[in-house]
Ligand binder design. Structure first.
Ligand code: SF4
Length: 956
């Protein structure tokens, strides 16, 4: 029988006639709804229901003070602090300390400590005995030990501590006065005021009061409950078990044993203490690899229970770590149609927080210029555009905008482009904040507009929106009370800190469906099937993390709670789960991660040692088992060959693509990589960058040279470059570089563009290379330009017949530069590095013998430039000598710089004699690519995998 069913029985047995006059008080609100359900099952005629309260609601009825939120309290504390510490830091910097101090003051009130005595500043060793006369010997020793550390010479941080410490008592007083004046407060503040009141008057209540299911009362709670018990004949019903109550070493029963000895409370304990923990039940403890694995495992087990006909209401999932809520919700099986979440969920873990943070970033990096209008930095802009809230609403136009930004490498995104999407949410985020508006109002507008659009999934989104709206309204009030305008940086810090400490109290209709709850929410509730995650040491019980101004020894001396108290609370909550359940499944993460030990909670180990229960230990390690890497090989099925046929005339001309030298080089390196890149056409989404990386550096350099020489031959039918042209060429360098940068960053011709930061250095470097190439060209002049990169396409169709099928394969290249002088044509590729120029012979550029596919092996650049030479002669015939060459930037400044390929150490002055052999080898290569018998398999040379985008798929 559940505890609440027992409470219902007690009410019917002892108060059946006046049930409507009875008040039942639980530690929290949730138990009340469950109690009413039990009562309704037990009475056969209509009766008045008892009034049910949480302790907080019950006691707050005696006070006019209104409980307020943390944000408002920290602000009041800040104002109080400033009066005793003029010139102190701003609210944003104070917030962290303010929250900590507020927790300390809450404890001071919960534990009825005199703040003047606690925050007493000791100036000498001798003073201790005199000033702490009210403490016992043990407590006095603790104080002595603590303060002795400060004598005779305190360190700098100790001095700072003393500085703060000595104003804490007056800060407490001023803080309380401010709260009093505003009629607001916090829970223990209101309790303490009531406790001070009961010395002179009685807190009246009509009818009997039953306090049910309490443990670990703070002194002020204990005092108030005892007041009702002694003055109003109130009753207390304990939720206990002999297992921990009658064993002095069990920390779970520590508080209850004290109450058993108390003059007032001891009468409320039953003569026979129930003993249910050590009775037969199924307990399993499963170690799972990684946290997410726990959620998956739980989902599967719950699915099995439901298939066996277990009602949803008999199952609870307990989450000691709130961030596991969404992984668990996502793992819950399909059969679950009703679900109730009862726990505090941190605002900062919600998807909405990410969106609002990105919106602030958008504002921080927005720019308004007279020439270009309003623009936003691409990073936060892309974060907003790809946020699930917006993306699922406006998928198509957003996709297009995102693609455009990436394609054009738009470092700044313009307001006009965003407006074209026509989204109200986007228009609310991407705008210029009005002068009279503050950032809290800006975010409030965003939340408001989102609220009109969000599609509910778990029914939780509206809760986030509501709590953000409330928090922002509060921030707005606080900012309005500040004498100075808060800048965006400060606001961002404040927004983050405030969000970090606020939890959304999810609480739906708790009696229905599968229950998902936090640990504290399990108080008073019983379920037949209990599933609990994160049963790791350091999580359950939790490691002490909340900071405090009050050092450990002083806490001990003043009986303020220490981690031992927290552990005792956790222990009670743990053992209570065993009292009435039939099956308990615990999960823990077996792998140490982020400071967690990867060990099972000591509560489980204690249970194994001390109880009579059979605990089944399991390990689920499949998910991270290092699987044997299976080779990947893609057979050339009809589908694969169909995909490959985009490089042939089997598809319509508009769908045809060309195989380039780069694609063929990839095939040499790894057939599977070729398949991913050129058959499936999986391209890695390159990161946008506002600064040039190595690859983009090369692109901008290429473009600048192309613009420069296109300009030089403009209006010249013979496309000649003579020594007279170099004055103009040299004077056009800066313009060509700027044009290339503009193009790279998608800035068009009209928008203003200024080079900044690292790009200034990059532009200098590009200028240096361009000028050097001009020097070399001036020495080489006169010559004529045959083609520049984007000017002319070199293409050829090549017929192969593998396995009896005919393929006309399209091959092509954009050659960086082709020029001509005295019957010799140079086909040149610009390289930003230092590619090898030695080819040994034609066979070697096709040689894929294992071990020759990497750097010093097969010459990729050699293959590429020979391929260019072959394409050139295919187009223009072979009247002229064709010199393949590489303009290696890293070699440009060498004394004997030579661009030509070398063969056996000698410069290759004409590629024509090699082109027949080249063509024959190329035919073999293409046959190989299109042959059904040759699968796309993985390279044997794993060095190739080092920089491959697909190594994740291959597991290399
Ligand atoms: S990871 Fe290695 S084997 Fe896999 S595709 Fe890339 S290069 Fe080929």
């Amino acid at each position: 029988m559940t505890f609440l069913s027992q409470v219902a029985d007690h009410l019917i047995t002892n108060h059946k006639e006046n049930l409507g006059d009875v008040t039942v008080v639980f530690p929290n609100r949730r138990a009340g709804l469950f109690l009413k359900k039990h009562l309704s099952k037990k009475v056969d005629k209509p009766v008045w229901s008892p009034t049910v309260y949480s302790l907080e609601d019950f006691l707050f009825r005696y006070s006019n003070v209104k409980k307020t939120d943390t944000l408002a309290l920290v602000f009041e504390l800040f104002e109080a602090f400033k009066t005793h510490h003029p010139g102190s830091e701003g609210f944003e910097s104070f917030y962290f300390w303010g929250e900590m101090l507020l927790r300390d003051f809450e404890e001071v009130d919960h534990y009825l400590v005199n703040p003047k005595q606690l925050f007493h500043h000791i100036k000498s060793d001798r003073q201790i005995a005199e000033d702490f006369y009210f403490l016992d010997e043990e407590q006095e020793k603790l104080i002595q030990k603590f303060w002795q550390e400060f004598f005779p010479s305190a360190t700098k941080s100790q001095e700072q501590f003393v500085e703060t410490w000595k104003i804490l008592a007056p800060v407490y007083e001023t803080f309380k006065e401010r709260l009093q004046k505003n009629g607001i407060g916090y829970t223990s503040h209101i309790y303490r005021q009531l406790a001070e009141k009961i010395d002179g008057e009685q807190l009246s209540v009509k009818g009997p009061v039953i306090f049910a299911g309490f443990n670990a009362l703070t002194p002020v709670e204990e005092l108030l409950i005892k007041h009702f018990v002694s003055e109003n004949q109130s009753e207390v019903l304990w939720d206990i078990d002999a297992y921990y109550l009658e064993n002095d070493v069990q920390e779970a029963g520590g508080f209850l044993r004290q109450y058993q000895k108390d003059n007032i409370l001891r009468k409320s304990f039953p003569e026979t203490i129930p003993s249910a923990i050590n009775t037969e039940k199924h307990v399993d403890v499963t170690g799972v690899s990684l946290e997410i694995g726990q959620a998956k495992a739980i989902g599967e087990q719950i699915g099995e229970l439901l298939d066996d006909g277990v009602p949803l209401e008999e199952i609870v999932i307990i989450l000691p770590q709130d961030y596991m809520l969404f992984p668990v919700l996502n793992a819950i099986p399909e059969q679950v149609d009703k679900l109730n979440v009862t726990m505090g969920y941190p605002l900062k873990e919600t998807p909405l927080f990410g969106l609002l943070e990105a919106a602030l970033e958008v504002q921080e990096h927005s720019q308004l210029s007279a020439t270009n209008g309003l623009s936003f930095y691409h990073k936060p802009t892309l974060d907003v555009l790809s946020h699930p809230y917006l993306y699922k609403e406006e998928k198509n136009p957003l996709d297009k905008l995102i693609k455009d930004i990436k394609k054009k490498n738009q470092v700044r995104v313009f307001h006009d482009d965003i407006q074209e999407v026509g989204s109200t949410v986007l228009n609310t985020i991407f705008r210029q904040i009005k002068t009279e508006e503050n950032y809290a109002t800006y975010l409030q507008h965003v939340v408001e507009v989102l609220g009109q659009q969000v599609v509910e999934r778990f029914g939780l989104e509206r809760e986030y929106l509501y709590h953000f709206q409330q928090m922002l309204a509060r921030l707005n009030q606080i900012l309005a009370a500040q004498s100075t305008q808060v800048d965006l940086k400060t606001f961002k810090g404040l927004f983050r800190k405030a969000t970090r400490s606020i939890k959304i109290p999810f609480s739906g209709e708790p009696v229905e469906g599968l229950q998902v709850m936090g640990v504290l929410e399990t108080r008073n509730l019983d379920f037949k099937h209990v599933f609990m995650l994160n049963m790791n040491e350091d999580i359950f019980p939790a490691a002490q993390r909340n900071g405090s101004f009050v050092p450990y020894r002083i806490r001990k001396a003043f009986d303020l709670p220490t981690f031992e108290v927290q552990d005792a609370i956790y222990a009670y909550l743990f053992y209570r789960l065993f009292q009435r359940s039939e099956r308990l499944s615990f999960y823990y993460n077996m792998y140490a991660d982020f400071g967690m030990s990867g060990e099972v909670s000591r509560f489980i180990r204690q249970l194994e040692q001390e109880s009579k229960l059979t605990i089944r230990r399991k390990k689920l390690s499949n998910s991270i088992q290092v699987k044997e890497r299976l080779p990947i090989s893609i057979d050339k099925t009809d589908d694969v060959l169909e995909n490959l046929s985009i490089y042939t005339d089997k598809v319509s001309p508009k769908d045809q693509k060309r195989l380039s030298a780069s694609a063929l080089n990839v095939y040499f390196n790894c057939k599977l990589q070729f398949y991913f890149k050129y058959v499936l056409r999986l391209f890695s989404g390159d990161e946008l960058s506002d600064e040039l990386d190595k690859r983009n550096f090369g692109n901008v350099l290429h473009m600048a040279l192309e613009y420069l020489y296109l300009d030089a031959i403009d209006g010249k039918p013979d496309r000649s470059i003579t020594e007279n042209d170099f004055f103009k060429i040299r004077n056009s360098v800066d313009g060509a570089i700027e044009k290339a940068f503009r193009k790279h960053f998608g800035m068009g011709d009209k928008r203003k563009f200024v080079l900044k930061d690292r790009n200034v250095v990059m532009a200098d470097l590009i200028r240096k290379f361009v000028n050097k190439i001009i020097d070399l060209d001036e020495e080489y002049a006169p010559f004529s330009i045959v083609s520049l990169e984007k000017e002319d396409k070199y293409e050829r169709t090549f017929r192969v017949q593998p396995n009896g099928s005919v393929y006309n394969i399209r091959l092509g290249a954009d050659i960086d530069r082709v020029d001509k002088k005295d019957g010799a044509v140079r086909v040149i590729d610009y390289k930003s590095g230092k590619d090898a120029r030695e080819i040994e012979n034609v066979d070697k550029v096709f040689d894929t013998t294992p071990g020759t596919t990497w750097k010093k092996g097969r010459n990729k650049a050699g293959f590429q430039t020979l391929f260019y030479a072959w394409l050139y002669t295919s187009k223009h015939g072979s009247n002229d000598a064709v010199i393949p060459g590489l303009l290696n930037m890293q070699e440009l400044f060498q004394k004997d710089f030579d661009y030509r390929l070398t063969e056996g150490g000698e410069p290759l002055t004409d590629a024509r004699p090699h082109l027949e052999a080249f063509e024959s080898k190329l035919g073999d290569l293409l046959k190989d690519i299109f042959s059904r018998d040759v699968p796309f398999d993985q390279t044997e040379d794993e060095r190739t995998c080092k920089f491959c985008d697909f190594k994740g798929i291959c597991g290399r």
